[in-house]
Design a protein around this ligand. Structure first.
Ligand code: AMP
Ligand code: MG
Length: 345
């Protein structure tokens, strides 16, 4: 055998060996959790390389921590709090990504006709739901706070500068920032070659690709009347963001009445229109997040009308009398698991 043929032979053997070892390696789940953005985060990926997998998930958490530092109202000198501190005073320059989230939030203010309002912060603080200060504010406190909630009073300049028109106004991105964080986690996983993953940021789910066996993901929809992890139905989707807003997520009960964290900006009280949960399914989590909050406040009719107008967006609405409303593209993708709920046509 000549030297050249020998070399070819070796290369073919090597290719064959690497092909075999590639076949024998099975993707295994790698998972990690963290607590940020006021919620439990969990990411599971399927990979042949456990160490690499763990590193990639850590990278996602690092990114989410950066987002939290810029956008959380619970971090004293976050960019959002800097805008809040300077309300009625001056423009505050923010990073390009905070600007992007602010602009999206403003866009959803317009689209939802003010149901989604990023300046809802004054109410969030007043009610203190989920904090040690939770309480029912007086009627006069609510009436006064109403003057400080209007997304149209957030002004911007050409250099990512933002200013709230009135002193005392407060931006709160609690209804959208987790969505942006999930999109960033998705981007990082994808750019690291991950093909199968589930990102769960406190109920903001993002399924990446298909299940490792090539099947479509099945995601449980929380039963709003039951403890976390009890599902009333299943959706089947791959490579989609699935975000739920529910009255069971953060609330307190006083005199047998439930006060939850999704505030109707037009009244200043937790939204009450019969809806107890809304789930949005679409391509980006930032949109799903803003829309789940919006539809919750808009109510069944206006909420469904809005979703039908948008491309590639689906929704599931659950009401307190156990009725389930589906957008037109959901009909064959959602299955009831608990027959005490009924799909309305
Ligand atoms: P979500 O769980 O995504 O529906 O968002 C609820 C969170 O968004 C609350 O905890 C508040 O921080 C904020 N929020 C409450 N009401 C509104 C509203 N009407 N528009 C925008 N954000 C809101
Ligand atoms: Mg939301």
């Amino acid at each position: 055998m000549t030297k050249k043929v020998n070399l070819y032979f070796c290369v073919i053997i090597l290719l064959f060996v690497s092909l075999l070892s590639g076949c024998s390696k099975k993707k295994e789940p790698v998972t990690d959790s963290a607590y940020m953005l006021g919620t439990h985060l969990n990411i599971t990926i399927w990979t042949e390389n456990e160490d690499e997998g763990k590193k990639v998930i850590k990278e996602c958490f690092k990114r989410i921590s950066e987002i939290e530092k810029k956008m959380s109202v619970n971090i004293k000198d976050s960019e959002i709090n800097n805008i809040n501190k300077n309300a009625g005073k001056e423009f505050v320059k923010v990073s390009a990504e905070t600007s992007k989230v602010l602009n999206k939030a403003l866009k959803y203010g317009e689209i939802s006709n003010g149901a989604f309002d990023l300046t809802v912060g004054k109410f969030v603080k007043l009610w203190g739901i989920g904090t040690y200060n939770e309480r029912i504010p007086s009627k006069s406190e609510i009436d006064d706070a109403l003057k400080y909630v209007d997304y149209k009073l957030l002004k911007k300049d050409e250099k990512n500068g933002y200013k709230l028109d009135k002193e005392g106004m407060r931006i709160d991105l609690g209804g959208i920032a987790k969505g942006y964080a999930a999109d960033e986690a998705y981007r990082i996983l994808k750019s690291n070659g991950i093909e199968n993953a589930v990102i769960n940021l406190g109920g903001n789910i993002f399924t990446l690709g298909t299940r490792p066996d090539g099947e479509i993901w099945k995601i449980g929809i929380q039963d709003p009347f039951e403890p976390t992890g009890t599902y009333m139905g299943i959706v089947q989707f791959s490579d989609k963001a699935i975000v739920t807003s529910g009255n069971y997520e953060r609330f307190f009960i006083k005199n047998n009445k439930r006060y939850h964290h999704i505030i109707d900006p037009k009244t200043g009280y937790p939204s009450e229109n019969g809806i107890i949960s809304t789930t949005i399914i679409t391509n980006h989590s930032i949109d799903a997040d803003a829309l789940s909050t919006s539809v919750y406040i808009l109510g069944v009719k206006k909420g469904l009308d809005l979703i039908e107008k948008l491309d590639d967006v689906e929704c599931i609405i659950v009401t307190k009398n156990r009725k389930v409303y589906l957008s037109s593209g959901m009909k064959d993708k959602f299955k009831i698991k608990n027959n005490s709920f009924q799909i309305e046509n």
